[in-house]
Design a protein around this ligand. Structure first.
Ligand code: CO
Ligand code: ZN
Length: 347
């Protein structure tokens, strides 16, 4: 869990993932044969297989970026900052959060403020907050803000990883928990004949950009994305709309809006889970997507699927996942990599 903590607490909005990539490279040291970073910042590691060449190439992708902001405006008189959101934010969960502004001169802690309820007009009370209502207060005079901060600096939400009950909770479990699963699975894998390309991707939240270019370069035979999925097992959501439930195991994705998983791969993942008695659930997600959307459309097409970690409160600072589901995801991915070279994944 220490690695998950480091990953989840590190800042890294799309296009600014370098701090996360340092942690990934450090964690992979000694476990892979090659490691490099490409122009878009993707960390691409290769663990060669024992099979005769040409070997089956399996690419595993989990994204390093988290939703966040770029500073878009600094108020002349007050020094309050306005920001441009990067990724799908719900402004309702942003009010009253602590943030960190990352500038070349250092990191600055601030708060996302809003008007207190005491002065709200009746009509203001009724409407949900919008991005325009949100500003950042750094607690320093305007002149100092202008010296230290530049339009274009990145902003992340500030939140520690916390364990409570059977869950872990924090910011950016989407998708640092996927990176954690991928790294732990790679460490656990025993004999494998396929070449394993482990890719910590960039810019997923703004349109699966890192996965698109890294997958083109690797040209894999099989692509597996590891990402969080919606668990709506919460009050006020009826059973059919829950998608997945915490504690019910790793989710094997059938579809979301960016990809339909290769049916042979889905069958294989299910079979492995059954045989190894790994708890799993099937996932049909109405909206959302993962790097599998890019993997599937690479070159002439790639057999792709997603292994999902059910997560409550996605895209908030209290994203929460079940420790047993995380463990099940690691087990399933490791077991798959050992037998990935077998079988055909065409329709
Ligand atoms: Co996301
Ligand atoms: Zn994600």
């Amino acid at each position: 869990m220490e690695l998950l903590r480091k990953l989840a607490e590190a800042p890294g909005i799309p296009g600014r993932e370098e701090k996360v990539s340092e942690i990934v490279k450090e964690a992979l040291k000694g476990h892979v044969d090659e490691i490099r970073t490409d122009v878009l910042g993707n960390v691409i590691a290769l663990k060669s297989g024992s099979g005769p060449s040409p070997r089956v190439k399996v690419m595993i992708a989990a994204h390093m970026d988290e939703i966040g902001f770029f500073v878009s405006h600094i108020d002349e008189k007050t020094g309050f900052l306005r920001v441009d959101p990067i990724g799908g934010f719900d402004p309702r969960v942003l009010i009253a959060q602590r943030v960190v502004v990352h500038s070349d001169s250092g990191d600055y802690i601030g708060v996302m403020g809003t008007k207190p309820v005491h002065i709200l007009k009746e009509e203001e009370k009724k409407k949900a907050p919008e991005m325009e209502d949100i500003f950042i207060d750094l607690g320093i005079p305007a002149d100092e803000v202008k010296e230290k901060i530049t339009v274009g600096d990145s902003v992340t939400l500030k939140q520690n990883l916390m364990e409570f009950g059977e869950l872990v909770s924090g910011k950016a479990l989407d998708d640092r928990v996927g990176i954690y699963v991928m790294i732990e699975a790679l460490k656990r894998v025993e004999e494998h004949q396929c070449d394993i390309y482990l890719v910590a991707t960039t810019q997923e939240e703004v349109g699966i950009r890192g996965a698109t270019v890294s997958s083109f370069g690797i040209a894999p035979d099989i692509g597996i994305a590891v990402d969080v999925t919606v668990a709506c097992d919460i009050p006020g959501v009826e059973e059919p709309r829950r998608v997945t439930k915490l504690g019910e195991g790793v989710a094997i994705k059938v579809k979301d809006s960016l990809s339909i998983s290769n049916p042979q791969l889905v069958r294989k993942l299910r079979k492995i889970a059954e045989e190894k008695k790994i708890k799993y659930q099937m996932e049909v997600l109405p909206r959302g997507g993962t790097d599998a959307g890019a993997l599937q459309l690479t070159r002439e097409g790639v057999a792709a699927a997603t292994i999902s970690i059910p997560t409550r409160y996605i895209h908030s600072v209290v994203e929460s996942a079940h420790k047993k589901d995380i463990e099940a995801a690691i087990e399933l991915l490791a077991a798959f990599l050992e037998v990935a070279h077998q079988g055909k994944y065409a329709l």
